[in-house]
Design a protein around this ligand. Sequence first.
Ligand SMILES: [Zn+2]
Length: 69
Amino acid sequence: MTEPRRHYFMGKSIDLPSTLTEAQLDGRACVRCGDEHSVKRPVEAWSEQSAQLFECVDVGACADRVSRL
Ligand SMILES: [Zn+2]
C-alpha cells in the first residue's frame, strides 16, 4: 500500500495556537499546555504545515494544565 499524500490539509484552517514557544516548535513541549515532561504523541494535522509538533497522550491531565495557564 502506498502512503496517500494528504495535501488537502493545506487549504484547511487548523486550530494552531499563535504563540508557540521555542520548546513547543522543537517538539520538546506539548503544543496545548507547554509541558515538557509529559508523555507525548505527534499532532498529525499540525505537522502537515509545520515542524513536528506534539501533544500530551494524557488529554485529561493536559486539559487540566491548560486550564491553569
Ligand atoms: Zn499537554
